[in-house]
Design a protein around this ligand. Sequence first.
Ligand SMILES: C[S@@+](CC[C@H](N)C(=O)[O-])C[C@H]1O[C@@H](n2cnc3c(N)ncnc32)[C@H](O)[C@@H]1O
Length: 466
Amino acid sequence: MNLPKAFEEKMKSLLKDEYEDYIKCFDEARHYGLRVNTNKITVEEFLKIAPWPLEPIPWIHNGFYYDGETAQPAKHPYYFAGLYYLQEPSAMTPADRLPIEPGDKVLDVCAAPGGKATELGARLLGEGVLIANDISSSRAKGLLKNLELFGIGNMMVLSEEPGKLTEYFPEYFDKILIDAPCSGEGMFRKDKKMVKAWEEHGPEFFSKLQRSIITQAAAMLKPGGMLLYSTCTFDPSENEQTIEYLLSKYPEFEICRMESYEGFAQGMPEVSVSKNPDLLNTVRIFPHKMKGEGHYLALLRKGKLEERAASNRVLKGLQKKKLPKELEEFFDDVDWELDAACLDIHGERVYYMPQGLPDLKGVRFLRSGLLLGELKKNRFEPSQALAMCLKKEEYAKILDLPLQDERVVKYLKGDTLDVEDLVDRKAKGWYLVCVDGYPLGFGKLSNQTLKNKYLPGWRWMGQGTY
Ligand SMILES: C[S@@+](CC[C@H](N)C(=O)[O-])C[C@H]1O[C@@H](n2cnc3c(N)ncnc32)[C@H](O)[C@@H]1O
């Protein structure tokens, strides 16, 4: 592979006698990874039903390698049920090493398309809130879809400059992930196009951007909160030097150790200006040392030096109110305790909002809370996002199809289904279609025929089956 000369020289100076091993790995095949959505299924249960051979990724408890030449997990009904996310193995590390706890307020600053946000959201187990932001609104659309597919309802998807968010969320978050835009040197093997992009915008361009994003994010972290910074590049100016820049502006931050793995290499104080030995606790991932592409990670805790008053902007408009009658009727079949105070109704659309959010007037957003569905004349139509958030045992009217049933793919393609064998003659109303017990979407039953309500934009495209 033709690598830019300047890049080769830099890698020689970083890697010294390991350089040859690094270059050799360009001849090796890339690795394909799948991460189990533990918000929907345990790793043990997933392994019982996994349709392809999987090999554990040793440093990620819910990550597995699969054979990308033979398996097609993106075209499988379990993918449509949100049971897993396909992700390069090293890229699973940042979200895994940020210690999320249910109830946390979490910000993913550069979140699209959601590879890490889906894991952060899954680890909240429905408690607390995930704010997933990306400056690109077109990329944020994919992010929203992935979060909805994963069944994450306690979230907002924003598309803002991080600097603007600091006005709304001063010292608000318990945990922040910055998976920074970077020069992508660690991805050269996986994606040759990254080399061309590097020639247009290299480390100098990105390190400026990263410095601005990391200091803005720092202002949004609570004292005592934790921040994980990651890139998929090798250049010191985007890695160790970004961290020392943060420490120079916010001396109350300290670098923390993270759970180690034998393939991880230590961060390099010697390539920093300060030579701060704590940078040894940051992590470099090199593709010649483990089965994954190049990355850098730093985990930091914000100390308690400057206790500042928390924001007093609190979301208004969610006064106590009664559930609309149509919604109440629908929720008779749902085993959830809905708090009417969390409902936010805009026109026909009904959202269920996470609690305790600041007033976000003026912020560009794609989604605020879980879209429950739409209030039409005298009826409520549940949304695709609600279907993905429900567990089979939480809804009364279930049509559970085994994976082998050809109606699974038919349903995902948008067809009407004949379900005479599954329901009695008088049954009617909104049914939740599941595959092997995992929800796929809704359909409306009458006369033993199921009208398809699967979201058209999510349909299974093309011919054939999996
Ligand atoms: C490395 S990618 C993020 C990948 C994502 N975390 C994932 O795991 O799927 C970096 C993202 O940063 C976004 N970005 C670029 N500049 C930004 C900025 N100033 N503020 C927020 N996001 C930005 C890009 O649109 C891009 O989606």
